[in-house]
Write a protein of this length. Sequence first.
Length: 599
Amino acid sequence: MGLMPRILLVLALSLSTVFASAQSATTLLVDVDHRPSISLDGPWRIIVDPYRGGWGSSTEVPGVRGYAANRHYTPGGQLLEYDFAKSRVLQVPGTWNTHSNELSYYEGLLWYERDFTFHRKPHSRVFLHIGAANYAAHVFVNDVHICDHEGGFTPFDCEIPQAVKDGGNFVVIAVDNRRKPDRVPGIKTDWWNYGGLTRDVSLVEVPEAFIDDESLHLNADGSIAGYAHVEGAAPGTKVALSIPDMHESLNATTGADGRADFSFHPKDLERWSPEHPRLYHVVFSTGEDRLADDVGFRTIAVRGDEILLNGKPIFLRGVSIQNDAPYRGGPARSDADAETLLGWAKELHCNYARLVHFPHDERQIRLADKMGIMVWSEIPVYWGNDWTNPHTLAVAQQQLHEMIRRDRNRASVILWSMSNETPDRPDRTAFIEKLVAQARKDDPTRLITSAFAESIHNQTAVLSDPLMKSLDVIGYNEYIGWYIDTPSSAPSHHFEDPLHKPVIMSEFGGGAKAGMHGAATERFTEEYQAALYRNQFLMFRKIPFLRGLSPWVLMDFRSPTRQLPGIQDGYNRKGLVSNTGEKKKAFFVLQKYYAGMQP
Ligand code: GCB
């Protein structure tokens, strides 16, 4: 066959292939942990695809020779230039960047495939729940394109309408983690861009009418209010709510919007707090569907420059936590990872953690609820973003929406953060103010914040970024003693808060290589880092509106921009603990400081 007929044949085959048009995935299911599901975690087959040939067409739409079809090579069969069944294996959840040296720096397209058996119940709906795929995902079941999703750190659900069969099935997911200016985050970050299906993947089957969203919170007047949203229900559908430990059983009916609203005054409520992280088992039910959750009840508010938990002023004794996994590396994704990270925070006597710079694994937030650690949760609007690009804004808004929807029932979460260290310019301010407005609408019960980069002149910091006026709490990152000035200069610095809002020192710190000792003036020694912390504490005494601290950072984490040989070797070394679990001197300095601050 000549070249021309072959091209025509491929074209004809491509056109004859029928693809359901892919809807963009929207997060639908909340509280998936409390639903029966079929885990698709474990070994998946992968094909690394830097030249993007897996689409099987010149456009990024799957063609007949594309990997989505999951065909198998046979010597006498049709030409095929891939075969998942013969390809290497990668564990899900996980990342390809820690799979092998060859993939350590890989940023691009990679295809995952896995077979599964399924027996569908009558009158059900089936969703593929993906805890997180960094960064863009294109999902196919039995060669039907079921959805696309953008944003690397939040869950999404793709409905599998007809494609799933009784018996054997396969799912192919193309994940693409190229950094691009219009993505969120943009091109430059101080963390590793771990690509892949980084969190759990499961199949969730629900009845035709099911609870896709629910929420309960405590109001300032002592009442509890909330709702369950029933997808696929006619108006007037009954929904029951039961909270056995409160001896509460209530009924409500759905309105035209599918929501059944609840409101009641609990008797003898034990409020959630770090000292007493009480959670109540709550159960919503409607028709054949039942959804349980474990929920704490507390209020969070600001009064002038104070933060009030349950009406009383609090100080946030915290630490910043990146999502790297202790010991193993790669993204944190297991109960053990969450227990180690938050366990160290508890050892430090923390009552708060800043989880940066993107929504962390849901397990960490659920554990924070149980351990009594208040949480700052953030979307990756970070450093430079494409402030005037509507697509970029839409992607940031989607990540904000998905974060709030996933974690809005966690009492531990007190702060939604819109951004970190963004430049003071009008288009940035307009961009983030849109996010603030959305967060207030999606969740009027929490405080809104952002972290700002230091802006210090003549040892004076005036908190005057125009974005600050839209926020409830100001986060300030300062690196006095590391990027600017010397550690011992800290106490002579002066802070002004013209807006009279509560301020959290959302970052401060310096690098130290675990086990490296020397003079307190020698950078990267444990002694330098410890001295830096001691000097910061002297400075904090003179900031009357300071309401919390989250030093940078709990544990050393991988970052491609940290290249000092023998010291950094690809890690940001500002951890209080090394990535292999060694506690540095500054860990104990902070521990003692926080011990002295406990109520
Ligand atoms: C910052 C950033 C954080 C960096 C840190 C550092 O201000 O918010 O993402 O990792 O400084 O180590 O420089």
